[in-house]
Design a protein around this ligand. Sequence first.
Ligand code: HEC
Ligand code: HEC
Ligand code: HEC
Ligand code: HEC
Ligand code: HEC
Ligand code: HEC
Ligand code: HEC
Ligand code: HEC
Ligand code: HEC
Length: 433
Amino acid sequence: MNSLKNRPPSNGELSRSVLPCLIALLVFLGIALFWQGTGWTQDAQVNSCVECHSDIAEENQGSIHAQQGISCQDCHGGDPSQKDKDAAKAPGTGYIGIPDKKQIVQVCGTCHADVEKMNFYGIRTDQLARYKTSLHGKKLLQEGDTHVAACSDCHGYHNILRVTDPNSPAYPLNVPKTCNRCHGNEKLMGSYQLPSDIFRIYEGSVHGKALFEKKDISVAQCASCHGSHGAIPPGVKQVGNACGKCHLNEYKYFSESVHAKLSEGAKFSECVSCHGNHGVSHPAPALYAQACALCHEPQSPEFQLGHRLEDLIATAQKDLSGSEELAKEAAIEGYFVEQETASLEQMKTIVLEMGPLQHTLDEAKISDRSQKVHDLAKEVADKIDAKRKNKLIRKYSLIPIWIFILVMVVSLWAKFKELKKGLDGSGSEHDRH
Ligand code: HEC
Ligand code: HEC
Ligand code: HEC
Ligand code: HEC
Ligand code: HEC
Ligand code: HEC
Ligand code: HEC
Ligand code: HEC
Ligand code: HEC
C-alpha cells in the first residue's frame, strides 16, 4: 500500500485513472478486513452446502445468524467452496457433521464466548461461562449427561431468533413451555427424582396467570427465578434476592424481621417458607396463622403473634371494604360523598402500605396502621350517618306543611261544597217561580 501511495504519478492522465482504482481497492480491502475481523466467512455466491441442503438453508434463512451472514460451515465446519460432497467434508476442512450436545455448547461458544468477535454487536458474552456454573452445564460437561439442556434446547439451532422476538423459545411468554419440554416429562424427571408438574402448578400461580392471561412479561417465569444460563434452584440464602429483584419493598421489610437473620444461617427460606415457590398465590391474611403454624407450636408466643397480626390486617381490610360499600350505597341513595371518597383513598393507601410493611412482623407498626384505618372508617360511617339523619329530619320537617296543606285543601273543598249547595238552593227556588 505504501509503495502504491508513494509511487509518483507519471502524468495527469495516469493519476486520474489510478485514483478511482485505488479508492475501489481500499474499499475492498476494508470490507475484507471487516469480515476477517468478525471471524466468519462471507461467501454467499458459492456455498455448496446451501446448494445441496436447500431445505435446511430455507429453515436457516430467517434466523438472526443468516442475517449476519453466518452459514452452515460456521457451525458444522467443512469447505463450502467444494462442489463435491466428499471434498466439502474431507478431513482437514474442520467438518464435524451433526454436533453432539457437548460439541454444540463449544460451537456456540466459539462466537458467543469470544469478546472480540461479539464486541461489534454489543451483546453479553457470558452465556457459556454461566452455563458451566448451572446444574445443566455441570451435568453435561463434567458427567456427560446428555438429557440436560444445552444451548440448542432453549434457542433452537437453524431457526435461532432474537430473544426479544415473540416467536423465540426464549421469549418470556414461551420460556415455561420451553423448560416444560423436559421438566414436564414424567419419565425423564422421575429418573432424577424431580417433580414433573411444575408447569401445571406455575400455570395456576399469580405469576403464571399474569403471564399467560394478561401477557405481562414483567412477571416471574422460570428463568427470572432460576436464571437462564445459570439455571439452578436458588439456595435458601438466595431466594429472597430472586424474589426481591421485583418485590423490593417486601424484601426490604422482610430484612427487618426476626427471620432475616435465620435465613443467613440457612434455617429459613426467605419468602418461600411462607409463600411457596411455583404455586405462589394471592395471599390472604389467613396465611399468617397458616404460615406460623408450619414452624411454631400453637401455644407459642410466636404463633399467638401471627394470630394477632392476622386479626389486625383482616380488620383493616374489612374496615376498608365496609366503608367502600357504605359510600357506594350512600351515592346510590343520592348523597354527595366527595369527602368520604377522600377518606377512602387515604384508607386504601394505608392498607396498600400494610401489604409490604407486615413483613417486618412488627406488631406496633402494624397495629398503628390498623388503628388509623379503623379511625377513618368510623369517620366515614359517622359522616354518612349524619347525612342520612339530616335527610330524615328534612323529610319529617315537611310533615306539618303537608298536614297544613291537607287541612287547607279539605277546608277549601268544604267551603266550595257549601257555596255550591247555596247556589243550587237559590237556583231551584227560581225554577219553581
Ligand atoms: C454435493 C452435495 C453436498 C454438499 C456440497 C454438502 N453436503 Fe452435506 N450432506 C449431503 C447429503 C446427501 C447428506 C446425507 C447423506 C450422508 O449422511 O452423507 C449430507 C449430510 C450432511 C450432514 C449430516 C451428517 C450426518 O452425520 O448425518 C451435515 C451436518 C451436513 N451434510 C453439512 C454440510 C455442510 C456444512 C456442507 C458444506 C461445507 C455440506 N454438508 C455440503 C450432501 C451435501
Ligand atoms: C448456529 C449454528 C448452525 C448453523 C449456522 C447451521 N447449523 Fe446445522 N445444526 C446445528 C446444530 C446444533 C445441529 C444439531 C441439533 C441437534 O441434533 O440437537 C444441526 C443439525 C444439522 C443437520 C442434521 C439434521 C437436522 O436438521 O437436525 C444437518 C443436515 C445440518 N445441521 C445442516 C446444516 C446446513 C446445511 C446449514 C446451512 C444452511 C446449517 N446446518 C447451519 C447448528 C447449525
Ligand atoms: C435453559 C435454557 C437456556 C440454555 C441452556 C441457554 N440459554 Fe441462552 N437464553 C435463555 C433465555 C431464557 C434467554 C433470555 C433471557 C436472558 O437473557 O437471560 C437467553 C438469552 C441468550 C442470548 C441473548 C443475550 C443475552 O445474554 O441476554 C444469547 C446470545 C444466548 N442466550 C446464547 C446462549 C448460548 C451460547 C448458550 C449455550 C452456551 C445458551 N444461550 C444456553 C435460555 C437458555
Ligand atoms: C459464527 C459465530 C456464531 C456462532 C457459531 C453462533 N452464533 Fe449466535 N450469534 C452470532 C451473531 C453475530 C449474532 C447476532 C448478534 C446481534 O445481531 O445482536 C448472534 C445472535 C444469537 C442470538 C440472539 C441474541 C439476541 O440478541 O437476542 C442467539 C440466541 C444466539 N445467537 C444463539 C446461538 C446458539 C444457540 C448458537 C449455537 C447453536 C450460536 N448462537 C452460534 C454469532 C454466532
Ligand atoms: C433438554 C431438557 C431440559 C430443558 C429444556 C430444561 N431442563 Fe432443567 N434439567 C433437565 C434435567 C435432565 C435436569 C436434571 C439434572 C439432575 O438433577 O441431575 C434438570 C435440572 C434442572 C434444575 C435443577 C433441579 C434440581 O434441583 O436438581 C433446574 C432448577 C432446572 N433444570 C431449571 C430449568 C429451567 C428454568 C429451564 C428452562 C429455562 C430448564 N431447566 C430447561 C433438563 C432440561
Ligand atoms: C417465583 C420464582 C420461581 C419460578 C417462577 C419458578 N421457580 Fe422453580 N424453584 C423456585 C425455588 C425458590 C425453588 C427451590 C425450592 C425450594 O427451596 O423450596 C425452585 C425449585 C425448582 C426445581 C427443583 C425441584 C423442586 O421442585 O424443588 C426445578 C426443577 C424448578 N424449580 C424448575 C422450574 C421451572 C421449569 C419453572 C417454570 C415452569 C420454574 N421452576 C419456575 C422458584 C421459582
Ligand atoms: C420478575 C419479577 C418477579 C419475581 C422474580 C417474583 N415476582 Fe412475585 N410478582 C411479580 C409481579 C409483576 C406480580 C403481580 C402479578 C399480577 O399482575 O397479579 C407478582 C405477584 C406476586 C404475589 C401476589 C401479590 C398479590 O397482591 O396478589 C406474591 C405473593 C408474589 N408475587 C410473591 C413472589 C415470591 C415469593 C417470589 C420469589 C419466590 C416472587 N414473587 C418473584 C413479579 C415477580
Ligand atoms: C412469615 C411469613 C412470610 C414471609 C417470610 C414472607 N411473606 Fe409475603 N406475605 C405474607 C402474608 C401473610 C401476606 C398477606 C397478608 C395480607 O393478606 O395482606 C404476604 C403478602 C405478600 C405480598 C402481597 C403484598 C401486598 O402488597 O398485598 C407479596 C408481593 C409478598 N408477600 C412477597 C414476599 C416476598 C418477596 C418475601 C420475601 C422477601 C415474602 N413475601 C416473605 C407472609 C410472608
Ligand atoms: C420456616 C419456619 C418458620 C416460619 C414459617 C415462621 N417462623 Fe418464626 N421462627 C422460626 C425459627 C427457626 C425461629 C428461631 C427460633 C429460636 O431461635 O428459638 C423463629 C423465631 C421467631 C420469632 C422470634 C422469637 C424470639 O424468641 O426471639 C418470632 C417473633 C417469630 N418467629 C414469629 C413468627 C411469625 C409471626 C410467623 C408467621 C407469620 C413465623 N414466625 C413463621 C421459624 C419460622
